[in-house]
Design a protein around this ligand. Structure first.
Ligand code: HEC
Length: 239
């Protein structure tokens, strides 16, 4: 019986790992949640280019504004294209049914995406779209093959063609066939900002957790000094 259950568990694990397939190499991205300017730029990209299809249904505009130091006026004018109340959730106006009809797959909610896929994956994914005549959208993605999402940022990045794979790293090699409004360096920077923002989105409490942590340590140090003095005071009479 014991052996049978072990065999079943082992078979299940190998099936799961096979289904996941070998993981593809990704580029690493430097995440810095204390860089508010980067988070603001990432938020601007997100509301301009992503909320038309994807929701971030666990985040409210005014919470984001407060966390990222964006004033209410700027928030309303520059960030709220899909809603009119600052307290609204960041929901896409596209229904999941329409999404499914148009793309074959409903665009998933992206609030927790950075925890599901990890920052390096998102950063690499956003830089891995390439032209492909064999797909419906005309785009493909080396990290997410036959993805239903079109390359919505091609105006910024331009379009690139897949030319091969690097023998040493196993990473795809691209060639820019049409220049976008950004240089490749600027586009990489912009994708770092966007990934930074998605990391914040997945765990907004991380911003305050670090500050609270510093206060807690400072408090403990002060407490230690008093506790030590008190201990000395008590033991003076004992000795
Ligand atoms: C035109 C609609 C559309 C827009 C705009 C759009 N996406 Fe998507 N996205 C999709 C669809 C559809 C999928 C599902 C792809 C699939 O499963 O094949 C998707 C999937 C994704 C995924 C992978 C989700 C997973 O499976 O883990 C990420 C990450 C993502 N989108 C990020 C973004 C970001 C960031 C933006 C803004 C720059 C954006 N998308 C804009 C349609 C869109």
């Amino acid at each position: 019986m014991m052996r049978l259950s072990c065999a079943i568990i082992l078979a299940w694990f190998s099936a799961v790992s096979l289904a996941a397939g070998p993981s593809k190499p990704v580029d690493s991205v430097y995440i810095n949640l204390s860089d508010k300017a980067s988070l603001q730029r990432g938020a601007a990209l997100f509301v301009s280019y992503c909320v038309s299809c994807h929701s971030a249904g666990y985040m409210r505009y005014n919470r984001m504004g407060k966390d990222l130091d964006i004033s209410d006026t700027v928030l309303k004018e520059n960030f709220m294209f899909a809603a009119d109340k600052p307290g609204s959730l960041m929901l896409s106006n596209m229904s999941p049914e329409d999404g499914k009809n148009w793309f074959g797959v409903a665009p998933p909610d992206l609030t927790l995406e950075a925890r599901l896929r990890k920052p390096d994956w998102i950063y690499t994914y956003m830089r891995s779209f390439h032209v492909d005549d064999n797909t419906v959208s005309g785009w493909n993605n080396t990290l997410f093959e036959n993805v239903a999402m079109p390359h919505v940022l091609y105006g910024l990045q331009g379009s690139q063609r897949l030319v091969g794979t690097d023998h040493d790293t196993g990473k795809p090699e691209f060639e820019l066939v049409k220049q976008g409004s950004m240089t490749p360096q600027e586009y990489d920077e912009a994708m770092r900002d966007l990934t930074n923002f998605l990391v914040y989105l997945a765990e907004p409490a991380r911003l305050s957790r670090q500050t609270v942590g510093v206060f807690v340590i400072a408090f403990l140090i002060v407490l230690f000094i008093f506790a030590y003095l008190l201990k000395k005071e008590y033991w003076r009479d004992v000795h």
